[in-house]
Write a protein that binds this ligand. Structure first.
Ligand code: PLP
Length: 374
C-alpha cells in the first residue's frame, strides 16, 4: 500500500530552469535579481505597491509587528485558533496577544467578539484567514477605523483568495504571506510582507536585514534578525507564481471532489464551500468530527494512517500552549469553539501534487474508518 502524504508540492514548471540560471550566473544570495522580480510580481497579485521577501512566514509576521512599532504592554487582538507564529511575533516584542474564539462554521475568528476586547492598550488586530475562507473583513475594517487600530493580515493560507472581489493580502496596513511547501506558492522556505505605505516598506526592508542603515554601514540603531530571502528561493517562487491560477483551480476542484464524495458520511463535518463574501479556496481540506463521535482527532488520525492516509491535526489553541501558560498568560481563559476544533479537527491530503487516484483512495479510507467508529 502506497502511503498518501498530507502534502506534496508541485515543482514541474520552470523551477529547475530558473534555479539553473542562478547557478550559471553565480547569483545565489539575497542580492540576486530574481528577488526583486519576485517581490514585485507577488505583491502585484494582491494589488500592493511594495513586497519585501523574507526567510519565512513567521519572520514576515515578526517584521510586520516590529515595523508597526508594537512594543511592551501593547495589546494585539488575534484568534486563539492559529499557528504560534502569530502569537510569538507579538510576545517577542513584549506585547500581549488578546484572544478571540472561533466561529464553528468558518473556523475563523468570531468577529463579533472583537469589540468587547478592545482597550486603550489595543494597537492592532491580527487577522488570520484560516484554511480556506477569509475572515469577515468588513467588520474588522469598521472596528479598525472606529478605534484607530492597525490591521496585520496573515494571508499565509490565502494566495489567490478574494474577499468580496478584493484580494486577501490587500487588507492589512501590513499583510503577510508564507511560501512553505504546503502553501499555494512555495519557495521551500520563504515569506513576504506587503504594504502600500512607502515608509513601512522601507522599515520592513531594514528589519529583514539586521537593521543595517542605508548610509552608515555597520552602525545600528535598532535590533532585528537576518531574515533575508535568497535568489534561489525567488527562482522557485517565480516559477510557482506563473501557475497560481492553475493551482487555485486545482485546489478548488479537489475541494469539490472531496465534498461531493464525503458529504453523506455520518459523524464528519466538512468545510463550508462558500460564504456570501468568498468561495472556499481549500488551502487544506479540513474535517471535524461531530459530537456523536467519542474519539478525538488524534485517535482517528492514527486509524487513517494505518489505511495509508496522511493527515495533520488542526492548530492547538494559543491559550492552551504550555509555553504561555508557564509564563502565567491566559490562565483563566477558555474558548470552547476553538478548543473543540483543536481536539476534533484534522486535514486530509490536499497538496497540489495529489492525483485523482490518491483522492479516490482517501475517500475510500475515510469511509471505512468512519463506518467503523460511528
Ligand atoms: C504557514 C503559516 C505561517 C508560518 O509560515 P512559515 O513560513 O512556516 O513560518 C503563519 N501563519 C499561517 C496562518 C500559516 O498558515
Amino acid at each position: 500500500m502506497e502511503f498518501i502524504p498530507v502534502n506534496e508540492p508541485l515543482l514541474n514548471g520552470n523551477e529547475k530552469k530558473y534555479l539553473c540560471e542562478c547557478i550559471d550566473s553565480g547569483w545565489i544570495s539575497s542580492e540576486g535579481p530574481f528577488v526583486k522580480e519576485f517581490e514585485s510580481k507577488m505583491s502585484a497579485t494582491v494589488g500592493r505597491k511594495y513586497g519585501i521577501a523574507v526567510s519565512n512566514g513567521t519572520a514576515a509576521l515578526e517584521v510586520a509587528v516590529q515595523a508597526l512599532s508594537i512594543s511592551a504592554g501593547d495589546e494585539v487582538i488575534m484568534p486563539t485558533f492559529t499557528i504560534i507564529s502569530c502569537a510569538m511575533a507579538v510576545t517577542k516584542m513584549g506585547a500581549i496577544p488578546v484572544l478571540v474564539d472561533s466561529d464553528l462554521h468558518t473556523w475563523n475568528m468570531n468577529v463579533d467578539e472583537i469589540e468587547a476586547k478592545i482597550t486603550d492598550k489595543t494597537k492592532a488586530i491580527m487577522v488570520v484567514h484560516i484554511y480556506g475562507l477569509p475572515v469577515e473583513m468588513d467588520k474588522i475594517l469598521e472596528l479598525a477605523e472606529k478605534y484607530n487600530l492597525k490591521i496585520i493580515e496573515d494571508a499565509a493560507e490565502m494566495h489567490g483568495q478574494m474577499y468580496n472581489g478584493k484580494p486577501c493580502g490587500s487588507f492589512g496596513d501590513i499583510s503577510t504571506f508564507s511560501f512553505y511547501p504546503n502553501k499555494h506558492v512555495t519557495t521551500g522556505e520563504g515569506g513576504m510582507v506587503v504594504t502600500d505605505d512607502e515608509k513601512l516598506a522601507e522599515r520592513c526592508r531594514m528589519l529583514r536585514n539586521l537593521c543595517f542603515q542605508k548610509d552608515v554601514r555597520y552602525v545600528h540603531n535598532e535590533i532585528s534578525d537576518n531574515y533575508r530571502f535568497t535568489n534561489l528561493q525567488a527562482a522557485v517562487g517565480l516559477a510557482q507564481l506563473e501557475r497560481l491560477d492553475e493551482f487555485i483551480e486545482k485546489k478548488r476542484e479537489m475541494g469539490r471532489y472531496y465534498t461531493e464524495n464525503l458529504a453523506d458520511i455520518k459523524g464528519l463535518i466538512l468545510p463550508l464551500s462558500k460564504k456570501d463574501y468568498a468561495e472556499n479556496i481549500y488551502w487544506v481540506y479540513g474535517v471535524v468530527l461531530d459530537k456523536d463521535i467519542q474519539m478525538d482527532n488524534r485517535t482517528v488520525q492514527k486509524l487513517l494512517a494505518k489505511e495509508g492516509i496522511g493527515t495533520r491535526t488542526f492548530f492547538w489553541c494559543m491559550h492552551e500552549q504550555p509555553v504561555y501558560r508557564n509564563e502565567g498568560l491566559f490562565l483563566d481563559e477558555s474558548y470552547p469553539n476553538a478548543e473543540y476544533l483543536a481536539r476534533k479537527g484534522f486535514y486530509i491530503p490536499s497538496g497540489l501534487a495529489l492525483t485523482k487516484e490518491q483522492m479516490k483512495a482517501v475517500v475510500i479510507g475515510v469511509r471505512n474508518i468512519m463506518s467503523e467508529i460511528i
